[in-house]
Design a binder for this molecule. Structure first.
Ligand SMILES: *[C@@H]1O[C@H](CO)[C@@H](O)[C@H](O)[C@H]1NC(C)=O
Length: 312
């Protein structure tokens, strides 16, 4: 551990969720269980959507994208907790740390954009059903999904460029369970003002509020269209087709808001870790559950596959 004040850091030490020795096993087990549920749940959705022809629709191919994002982002953010417990090696190289931050942020940005694309899909399905198959043909959908991934992966580049220019760190101990931006900024003794400005302006306007607006705007039209439907069963049915997506959107944005709008005084770093754990671990775990428990199509696809297995 380098102790001199201004040091060229070649590796960081990830402090983890807690450094109390008695808590290491419970934390490891908790994270392992969360990770296995996330992996299993999203894999189930992925396989069902690939195997069941009834689920070969734009909405479910977007959902397949979402599952891939969820598996990847929880692997990127949680693997260090699991590996550290097993190997007792909590070091991570400077490049590894920057890479982890980059990939995690890209996946998060792509996820927000993908939710906006899914919102647009629901908008066309409910407000413009006769043109649905034309507007959401497979080429358009593939284009839309590619755009979400590409923009997500490009948006974060400025952060990484600025972060890689930091040369001076007060210490190399990261009080977090993965390399996130805020703990890294706190550690640095380089001039962080440009990066903080970028976080505030680009992070707030481009990375958060824009996808939020793009996700919510279609719902204004969806809800007014649903309210105009005369029969109450028709209204329920229309609402039903977008309720899973809406639940996922609300869950994600509520946890994001809770994490970022809280006061960032130094002593809240530990509670920040808990919020962060909820965001990075619980949301990807809950997404497939929300989509399967609330969704007749997914449940019946699951039953069909189970029956095939039983009858063999
Ligand atoms: C992502 O969604 C697009 C558009 O619906 C689809 O064409 C593509 O196959 C999906 N990708 C994956 C990996 O599921």
């Amino acid at each position: 551990m380098e102790e001199n004040n201004q040091t060229m850091v070649s590796y960081f030490i990830i402090k983890g969720i807690s450094d109390v020795p008695e808590l290491q096993l419970p934390i490891f087990l908790l994270v392992l269980i969360i990770y296995l549920i996330t992996f299993g749940g999203n894999m189930t959705i992925l396989l069902l959507v690939c195997l069941d022809p009834h689920l070969h629709t734009p909405m479910y191919s977007f959902l397949r994208n979402l599952s891939i994002l969820d598996i990847s982002s929880s692997t990127v953010s949680l693997h260090k907790v699991l590996v550290t417990f097993l190997s007792h090696d909590n070091r991570v190289s400077f490049v590894g740390c920057t890479l982890q931050f980059y990939v995690f942020s890209c996946l998060a940005c792509s996820e927000l954009l993908l939710l906006a694309a899914m919102s647009y899909d629901r908008y066309v399905a409910i407000c413009n059903p006769l043109r649905y198959s034309v507007l959401m043909n497979s080429r358009h959908c593939a284009l839309l999904a590619t755009a979400c991934w590409t923009i997500g992966f490009v948006e974060v580049v400025p952060y990484v460029v600025l972060l890689s220019k930091f040369s001076c760190y007060k210490s190399n101990i990261i009080n977090h369970f993965f390399c996130d931006l805020v703990p890294l900024i706190r550690l640095s003794c380089s001039d962080t003002s440009t990066l903080e400005m970028l976080t505030f302006i680009e992070g707030l306007l481009l990375l958060s509020l824009t996808p939020f607006a793009l996700t919510i705007a279609p719902y204004v039209f969806i809800i007014s269209a649903i309210l105009r439907i005369r029969s109450s069963t028709g209204r329920l049915k229309a609402f039903y087709t977008c309720s899973s997506h809406l639940t996922v959107v609300v869950l994600l944005y509520v946890t994001l808001t809770c994490q970022y709008l809280r006061p960032t005084s130094a002593d809240t770093l530990d509670s920040n870790k808990l919020f962060s754990l909820f965001n990075t671990a619980a949301v990807p775990m809950l997404n497939p559950l929300i989509y399967s428990l609330k969704n007749r199509d997914v449940i019946s696809a699951f039953k069909r596959k189970l029956n095939i297995v039983k009858h063999q």
